[in-house]
Design a protein around this ligand. Sequence first.
Ligand SMILES: Nc1ncnc2c1ncn2[C@@H]1O[C@H](COP(=O)(O)OP(=O)(O)OP(=O)(O)O)[C@@H](O)[C@H]1O
Ligand SMILES: [Mg+2]
Length: 344
Amino acid sequence: MITTSGLTKVYRSRGREVTALDGVDLHVREGEVYGVIGQSGAGKSSLIRCVNLLERPTAGTVTVDGQDLTALAGRGPRAGKELRRARSRIGMVFQHFNLLSSRTVQDNVELPLEILGKSGKERSRKALALLDLVGLADKAGAYPAQLSGGQKQRVGIARALAGDPKVLLSDEATSALDPETTRSILQLLRDLNRQLGLTVLLITHEMDVVKSVCDSAALMERGRVVESGTVGELLATPGSQLAAALFPVGGLATGEDRTVVDVTFHGESTTQPVVSQLARTYNIDISILGAAIDTVGGLQIGRMRIELPGRYEENVVPLGFLREQGLRIDVVSQDGPLVKEGAK
Ligand SMILES: Nc1ncnc2c1ncn2[C@@H]1O[C@H](COP(=O)(O)OP(=O)(O)OP(=O)(O)O)[C@@H](O)[C@H]1O
Ligand SMILES: [Mg+2]
């Protein structure tokens, strides 16, 4: 649904050059919630502004819903009109809401419909339906100053939906909100994604946001995407920083002569039977030291740290059994750092 290839953005100001995006290849599939995470200055906002062409990329292409927006940008008035139409199909939600304080809630939502030249009756019908969708049917006549932060963001989301977008872009939409309000806004985005089949690209610097709503994620560092994939794919990638942050496990060996391993489930096997089968088949007691598991589409994904009696050499066969179930096994050495799979 959204594809960027070789996307590059260099800002030039007062003789200085800043490379904010350095060849970003991103692929967001239709109907998914895709999170881009990274530290301040990593280039996240530049990415989202280039995706909707608010900012002209220095190089590379942006394709949204099959249309190459970069090809339309800056190519005469006819292409300009097409670009505007394409952009009206991309909704944008901002960190600081960007509502007009002099307009009522309903008039704020109607704004993009005015720009699209819709009639008064149609605008009002649409705005009220959208306010109902975001749970603010009773606030149509209120002014932004009379709303809480979470309510303002709901208005921002309703406004973003006014042009019937297929894609919603969100830049830190929850970072000005408290944790509980954040949860309710993320839930709203999730519901809209499911109900309307909306593809959502959201930018955040909070891992919790990625964890609670995203199907896929990318990690940005210094203008580059250093990791990306579905949550299951990330888990299946040895050494993935995103997977480690999404599914943290702790726990130390309870004594000498014990083997501690991290078992990663990435969608093919389920936790419960595997652990009990292992215990039954080899007649060993297994302790679970820590676990971070989520259920996605009926399958369990995540990590579990378990302890088996005996040294590593004595557990080669049971660990082989786990690998045969399609699980990734990382041995946690006595000194702490992980011994990666394959490096025996
Ligand atoms: N309009 C601009 N002119 C010049 N440099 C800019 C401009 N916008 C961003 N930059 C620079 O580009 C780099 C990436 O900025 P960007 O805003 O994309 O980061 P970010 O990941 O969104 O950070 P944050 O989490 O703080 O919002 C930074 O070094 C920033 O200073
Ligand atoms: Mg930013």
